[in-house]
Design a protein around this ligand. Structure first.
Ligand SMILES: Cc1ncc(COP(=O)(O)O)c(C=O)c1O
Length: 352
């Protein structure tokens, strides 16, 4: 069990490039706290930089691109949906580091050539090499990437023949290297709360590829914290395999930084109850809470990630699973570019 300072010293020994602006702010949501009887704070990971469109990926990318540079790579390949925040943020970070970004994007929502929007527009401005992968009906995104692996491998072989060195980064940047960035976030947040004399009961985040939740649970293990960690899923996952995957990633990250602490399945929750009808498919109830947060605090969340996560948190408060008087931190992981994406993703937010 380590102090905040000891944990930071250990984490910051890892190779890393400076991309974002840290620490990100944390502040109270006064109106929502009044409405609900819960002391609700928000950790502004959406303010991570390095552009206006930052979010949780910047923490991972500092370590991932540090690793890529240390390995002498000049090209970064990554994966996501056509409106992937991770893919867009990777492209910004790669450009800053002088690397070529190559994106393989699954067309869960078909982009319209004459009306390219949101993250795909930013990818285009960044001049990323973009490969759109058609999806089969009902196919999960991870399966699209498996089905199209041959195409990626051919491109990697071609780049290598041309003398390039490729860093092949999985979707979400959720490797042991990237997860270290989120252990960093947990420790930073606990330091900020300690300095304000606040003891948190619950941390909430949305969870997709699992790296953010894994990093938070690695940080929790490092500090021996008793905060309850809840991940609101944004997509369907194998109910047994997914938490094991998250714990595995967390422990690999702890091992990587040379910490002796470990986490296990009892240390966090993966809640699958709030992503319906599906990934990148808007939920009426989550959109109601996106409007509630905007109208009570003037803050934006998005219909794919941060809005569904916030909705999950509000449901825990409404049904009493979070008792009144509790202190809760919501990790705003970014993603608000989705508000400017296709109508299929935005849903009824266009109506009052
Ligand atoms: C805005 C936003 N929030 C949350 C997540 C979930 O993070 P992770 O993939 O690390 O679980 C992502 C990425 O997938 C994201 O883009």
């Amino acid at each position: 069990m380590k102090t905040v300072e000891q944990a930071q010293e250990l984490i910051h020994r890892q190779v890393r490039v400076k991309l974002g602006f840290f620490p990100t702010p944390i502040h109270k949501l006064e109106k929502v706290s009044q409405d609900t009887g819960v002391e609700l704070y928000i950790k502004r990971e959406d303010f991570s930089g390095m552009t206006l469109f930052g979010g949780n990926k910047m923490r991972k990318l500092e370590y991932l691109l540090g690793d890529a540079q240390a390995k002498g790579c000049d090209t970064v390949i990554t994966y996501g949906a056509t409106q992937s925040n991770h893919a867009m943020e990777t492209a910004t970070a790669a450009r800053k580091c002088g690397m070529k970004p190559i994106l393989y994007l699954a067309a869960l929502v078909e982009p319209k050539e004459e009306d390219i929007r949101a993250n795909l527009l930013l990818d285009t401005i960044l001049g990323a090499e973009i490969h759109i992968l058609p999806t089969l009906p009902g196919e999960l995104m991870a399966d699209t990437f498996v089905r199209c692996r041959g195409q990626v491998e051919e491109r990697i072989a071609e780049l290598e023949r041309e003398g390039h060195k490729v860093y092949d980064m999985p979707s979400g940047g959720s490797t042991a290297v990237g997860v270290v960035g989120y252990a960093d976030s947990f420790v930073e947040t606990m330091g900020q709360l300690r300095d304000q004399g606040i003891h948190p009961d619950y941390f909430f985040t949305s969870t997709g590829t699992g790296g953010t939740l894994a990093g938070l649970s690695a940080g929790k293990a490092l500090l021996g914290s008793d905060v309850k960690l809840i991940g609101i899923q944004v997509s369907p996952k194998d109910p047994e395999g997914y938490p094991k995957h998250v714990a595995g990633l967390a422990n690999q990250a702890l091992e990587r930084i040379g910490a002796e602490e470990r986490t296990d399945l009892s240390q966090f929750v993966c809640d699958p109850n709030y992503f319906a009808p599906g990934y990148e498919m808007p939920s009426k109830a989550a959109n109601d809470d996106i409007r509630y947060l905007a109208r009570s605090e003037g803050l934006f969340t998005d219909p794919v990630y941060s809005g569904k996560g916030f909705h999950g948190l509000m449901e825990y408060i409404r049904d009493g699973r979070i008792p009144k008087g509790s202190t809760v931190v919501y990790f705003h992981t970014g993603g608000t570019t989705a508000l400017f994406s296709e109508a299929e993703i935005v849903g009824d937010l266009t109506r009052i």
